[in-house]
Ligand binder design. Structure first.
Ligand SMILES: Cc1ncc(C[n+]2csc(CCOP(=O)(O)OP(=O)(O)O)c2C)c(N)n1
Ligand SMILES: [Mg+2]
Length: 334
């Protein structure tokens, strides 16, 4: 990987870390409400995989831990933050919040609250790509616990039967909310489960963005060449609790220390510093610039944006034209 790409990835991952930490603060300040699932610790996963693909052109879908995937696809961070603030300028017009980031222009297809929901949706996107004869691919990110849903098995089976251009990426952070993987899952190594659907699968270190990139490049090339689906498992760790309502009391401190010592930003930063490509001061300057940008541009924009107009509460509701579910002004069915 070229030095310029490594430096850009370091900047993007540092931005992702600071963006998410600022979300945490804004939640504590009650500027963000509802559910909030953060990504610190897992940055190398989204960045390594999408760097190897065509972000903004390939179709990307994930679960509720979704802000950073959208931004890497090209979504404006201001529109993502404004969405979390519930503002009209948000990418889902403030109606969705954290779990429902969506940006069709950059082919970021969401943001889903239902665990396992994106597996079949990604297969459907891949089927559409295949029918159109395009060389795009669909990339579906999901967690380790999601693989215990029936949708995982149904989707991987059909993806293999139809040789769909879909890359399934498992962000294995060892936990589904407070349940450690060995208490919920018979087969611990997730990549082995994909073998039941006769597709190539690999497990790699999800903390080293270069390792993720190399593995993803192989996977993306395979899928794009029309050979069918591929399953990539990335071993990673989230630093915070599952969501803001999780006090994170169930993990051993030793385990947190081991993973904390393999921080994806530190791994890449130290590699660049040791190679003489940057200094620690350069890194600090980068950090200061990013923090200022988040505060002066992104947070300011989100705070100053208008709330949605309550009179438009039904505006983007798909069912609004259905006479059987629409509740009219008189309170009865229209
Ligand atoms: C269909 C469904 N069942 C249960 C839940 C509750 N739930 C929310 S997140 C979660 C755990 C998912 O863990 P994992 O897939 O490993 O993703 P991670 O949060 O670790 O990124 C569960 C069970 C849900 N949202 N949807
Ligand atoms: Mg998990």
């Amino acid at each position: 990987m070229e030095v310029s790409v490594k430096k850009r990835l370091l900047r993007e991952m540092l931005f992702a870390r600071r963006f998410e930490e600022r979300c945490y603060e804004a939640y504590v300040e009650r500027k963000i409400g509802g559910f909030l699932h953060l990504y610190p610790g897992e940055e190398a996963c989204a960045h390594g995989v999408l760097e190897a693909a065509r972000p903004g052109k390939d179709y990307v879908i994930t679960g509720y831990r979704d802000h950073i995937h959208a931004i890497k696809c090209g979504s404006d961070p201001k529109a993502v933050m404004a969405e979390l603030f519930g503002k009209e300028t948000g990418c889902s017009k403030g109606r969705g919040g954290s779990m429902h980031i969506f940006d069709v222009e950059h082919r970021f297809m969401g943001g889903y609250a239902l665990v396992g929901g994106p597996f079949p949706l990604a297969a459907g996107m891949a089927k559409a790509i295949q029918m159109k004869g395009d060389d795009d691919i669909a990339i579906c990110f999901l967690g380790d616990a999601a693989n215990n849903q029936g949708t995982f098995h149904e989707s991987l089976n059909m993806a293999a039967v139809w040789k769909l251009p879909v890359l399934y990426v498992c962000e294995n952070n060892l936990y589904g909310i407070g349940t450690r993987i060995d208490r919920s899952t018979a087969v611990i190594d997730q990549y082995k489960r994909a073998c039941g659907y006769d597709m190539p699968a690999e497990q790699v270190d999800g903390q080293d963005v270069e390792v993720v990139y190399e593995a993803a490049k192989k996977a993306v090339d395979y899928v794009r060449s029309g050979k069918g689906p591929y399953f990539l498992e990335l071993m990673t760790y989230r630093y915070r609790g599952h969501s803001m309502s999780d006090s994170n009391a169930y993990r051993q401190k030793d385990e947190e220390r081991v993973w904390g010592a393999r921080d994806p930003l530190v791994i890449l930063r130290d590699r660049l510093v040791e190679a003489g490509e940057m200094t620690l001061d350069d890194f600090k300057d980068m950090d200061t610039e990013i923090l200022e940008n988040i505060e002066n541009e992104i947070i300011k924009f989100s705070e100053e944006s208008p709330d949605p107009n309550p009179a438009e509460v039904e505006k983007y509701v798909w069912a609004e034209n259905d006479p059987y579910v629409h509740v009219g002004a008189n309170g009865g069915a229209a």
